[in-house]
Design a protein around this ligand. Structure first.
Ligand SMILES: [Zn+2]
Length: 310
């Protein structure tokens, strides 16, 4: 088995933010650097192009797309997103959308692909929220459907509910959404996914893994998707500054291994995005996001996997 395809663009970390802004914008560059340091072969990296805003029409309101891209949204709408408007912000968002799409396409070709960005699951049809401008998960799913993929599961293990995703495809039986999240956390007004596992902050590692496994196996066996888009957010880790779960680093690794191996065993293509993770200590945060890559390498390249600590 060869290494999974990895998708990255240097613009992901190129965004000037006010000092003390809580978004760890540097984490993408850190992650890319660490993967290079451990010897991930250059040929497995793929660089996406930004999408054209009109490609978003199957996911977002055309007026919202135009206003946001031109910097014409009002201050309240921008505050809800949580980033000050800049041309850089739009460029990196459109590139990240291209990245999740490319990751899904590579997964269809090679079985498994990982995006060093993505997971903007709080973006709604005509509104952004919680650091999310456009919903890359739904955008990629709809775009792949136009290319003939019929049944898609969006499996979201970020600690926050995938509320934008849930609402965007609420009436679409061909895209099944499952969100496993902390019941007492942002967004405080939850939407209804096809399957929500709203867990207490006190959940223990074993119990968490068991619930994830049950939901995943049930979905894969019952719905038999042709593609799984996996949001591997690490904000459920015990050291996260915005999550309330107490999960260990090893549990994140076991969880990611479970998702990737379950798909691989069934020969279902899986496209993973790194999702949320909030720590000011970028070295510590990067180590958590690396668990997804360790899990993927464990299935394909053990020598490489052994270079990432759990
Ligand atoms: Zn999150």
């Amino acid at each position: 088995m060869h290494s999974p395809a990895l998708v990255y663009h240097p613009c992901y970390s190129l965004l000037e933010l006010p000092e003390r802004h809580r978004y760890p914008i540097g984490k993408y560059q850190w992650l890319y650097q660490r993967l290079q340091d451990i010897g991930a072969p250059p040929e497995i990296f793929h660089q996406p192009d930004p999408i054209h805003p009109s490609q978003l029409h199957h996911t977002h309101c055309p007026e919202y797309i135009t206003q946001l891209c031109r910097g014409q949204l009002d201050a309240k709408a921008m505050r809800r997103i949580g980033f000050p408007w800049s041309a850089q912000l739009i460029e990196r968002s459109l590139t990240s959308l291209g990245g999740t799409l490319l990751t899904a396409q590579l997964a269809m070709q090679q079985g498994m692909a990982l995006h060093l960005s993505g997971g903007y699951h709080h973006a709604f049809y005509a509104e952004g929220s919680g650091f999310c401008l456009f919903n890359d998960l739904v955008f990629a799913a709809r775009s792949l459907q136009q290319q003939g993929v019929k049944r898609i599961v969006i499996f979201d293990l970020d600690v926050h509910q995938g509320d934008g995703t849930a609402l965007l495809v609420a009436d679409d039986p061909s895209i099944i959404t499952c969100s496993v999240h902390c019941e007492k956390n942002f967004p405080y007004r939850k939407q209804q996914s096809d399957w929500d596992l709203s867990l207490p902050a006190t959940i223990q590692d074993d119990d968490y893994l068991q619930q994830v496994e049950q939901a995943l196996h049930c979905l894969l066996n019952w719905f038999q998707p042709e593609l799984v888009i996996y949001d591997a957010g690490v904000d459920c880790h015990q050291q996260d500054e915005l999550g309330h779960f107490q999960l260990s680093t090893n549990t994140l690794f076991q969880r990611d291994l479970l998702v990737l191996s379950s798909c691989q065993q069934r020969q279902i293509p899986v496209a993973a995005v790194i999702g949320g993770g909030y720590q000011r200590d970028l070295a510590a945060l990067t180590q958590l996001h690396l668990q997804l890559f360790k899990a993927a390498f464990t299935l394909n390249d053990l020598a490489l996997a052994s270079k990432i600590k759990t």
